[in-house]
Design a binder for this molecule. Structure first.
Ligand code: NAP
Length: 233
């Protein structure tokens, strides 16, 4: 049976290339897609000659707490929004990259983890990037995505729900106009790997990503388990 049939599945960064592709792929396998978007207006998707209007929840970075009730109604949350201030190293771009790519993602992650109950089958997916282990030729992007990846490794240790990490190579979008994969193909591959039970989901033609990501996640998790305690101990 396809994952999440008849269940509410939300994606942040919903108006972007991968956001739309994930919503479309979720819809096609019978889930109820929910868009979390900082852009005005409802998200509409083209499904053959039919236009689908997706339930769209407006939010802004910094206003994650207001989403608490909506997050509780979701079976799946995909944290997918992101920015890439390519070539920048000024104070504002640094602050924006950390706020959008790291802090807001972390706040949403914590809200979702707090609302999960053992055995409820809910899932959190976090889209980091293969920039976790490879150069993206964009230092602020790498710094913010690496820190997000490290915190996913740390916080998933005590998570009661399934946490999957999406590690994606370059696909074409506003964030990366030079990407050579297509967002629709990437989204389909993500859902296939999730259905196969993978928690580390890699979609990349780069063999280094396939080699380094599992090693990095394994090493990080051992290190974090050795040097931290379970909350409340
Ligand atoms: N493209 C690539 O090559 C690539 C590779 C690896 C990983 N990724 C990751 O994949 C994710 C999706 O990227 P994409 O390539 O699909 O890019 P995209 O088309 O630019 O979509 C990113 C979306 O993030 C949301 N966003 C942007 N600025 C925001 C802000 N200040 N506050 C809140 N939301 C904001 C916007 O959606 P709303 O307007 O709906 O909020 C935007 O459409 C990102 O996390 C990116 O880092 C991309």
């Amino acid at each position: 049976m396809p994952l999440f049939q008849g269940q509410r599945c939300a994606v942040t960064g919903a108006s972007g290339s991968l956001g739309r592709a994930l919503l479309h792929a979720l819809h096609r396998q019978g889930a109820i897609p929910v868009a979390l978007s900082s852009s005005p207006g409802p998200i509409r998707l083209q499904d053959g000659d039919q236009e689908l209007e997706i339930e769209t929840i407006a939010w802004k970075v910094g206003e994650e707490e207001a989403l608490r009730p909506q997050l509780e109604s979701l079976q799946l949350l995909v944290i997918n929004h992101g920015i890439n201030r390519m070539g920048a190293r000024d104070a504002q771009s640094t602050a924006d990259s950390l706020e959008v790519n790291l802090s807001s993602a972390l706040r949403l992650m914590e809200l979702f983890l707090q609302s999960a109950q053992p055995g409820d089958g809910r899932e959190l997916w976090v889209n980091t990037s293969e920039a976790e282990v490879n150069p993206a030729f964009s230092p602020l992007y790498e710094i913010s995505k690496r820190a997000l990846g490290q915190l996913v490794s740390l916080r998933r240790i005590d998570a009661v729900c399934t946490v999957r990490r999406l590690v994606l190579g370059p696909f074409r979008s506003a964030l990366n106009p030079y990407g050579f994969m297509r967002a629709s193909g990437v989204a389909a591959a993500v859902l296939r790997q999730a259905a196969a039970g993978r928690e580390l989901i890699i979609v990349s033609p780069n063999p280094l990503t396939w080699l380094l990501m599992p090693l990095t996640c394994w090493g990080r998790e051992r290190y974090y388990r050795w040097f931290t305690q379970r909350p409340g101990q």
